[in-house]
Design a protein around this ligand. Sequence first.
Ligand SMILES: C[S@@+](CC[C@H](N)C(=O)[O-])C[C@H]1O[C@@H](n2cnc3c(N)ncnc32)[C@H](O)[C@@H]1O
Length: 199
Amino acid sequence: MSGNHEWNKRYATPNYLYGFDPNEYLKQELLKLEPGKLLLPGEGEGRNALWAAKQGWNVTALDASEVAQKKALKLFAEHGVSVQYLVTDILHFTSYDQFDAIAMVYVHVHKDIQQQLAHKLVSMLKPKGILIIEMFHPEQIPLSLGGPKNPEMFALEEELQDQYKDLRIEELSKVVVDLDEGILHKGKAVVFRMRATKP
Ligand SMILES: C[S@@+](CC[C@H](N)C(=O)[O-])C[C@H]1O[C@@H](n2cnc3c(N)ncnc32)[C@H](O)[C@@H]1O
């Protein structure tokens, strides 16, 4: 499971690095849908899962970091919400269920496995299921705010279009946002926002 050691180290603090509030785009898009089964890959410390579970979604979250899972479970217990949270690499995750929605927020994987990740996510969506992604745009690399610095961890717009060609892409935009998500995501950032539906 590449990278989980690094993430475990980063999460080894009582602070919730991305805060307690959900990502704005995830919130905006999920509020348009009827709650159903939701998958949150790379969910970290649980902020999105907490909000979605409170909205009535049946949430499955996963992350490669067991430290993140521990913090997320503490958060859910404090709020009395129920979320299934698994420690696994996304690419190793299997499920008999398919999902009404999948929301992946700031999860960056190497170019070599981006297509494999896309196939995995598409296969786990129900027909008419919705995929929501927010991730850094390559133009983020020189900015100080955060995100990976290795260009191989980013995708170009045409690569995303190709990776998710089995979906109907309804939005794929480059947006400059003023992030206010905990201590790590604070300030101006260039991001991709993508929403797509499985036919
Ligand atoms: C920037 S954090 C974002 C956390 C969360 N989505 C949020 O918005 O608060 C990226 C997360 O993705 C997880 N991650 C990265 N690659 C992963 C993989 N291949 N499988 C599972 N989790 C992964 C990391 O462990 C980390 O928790």
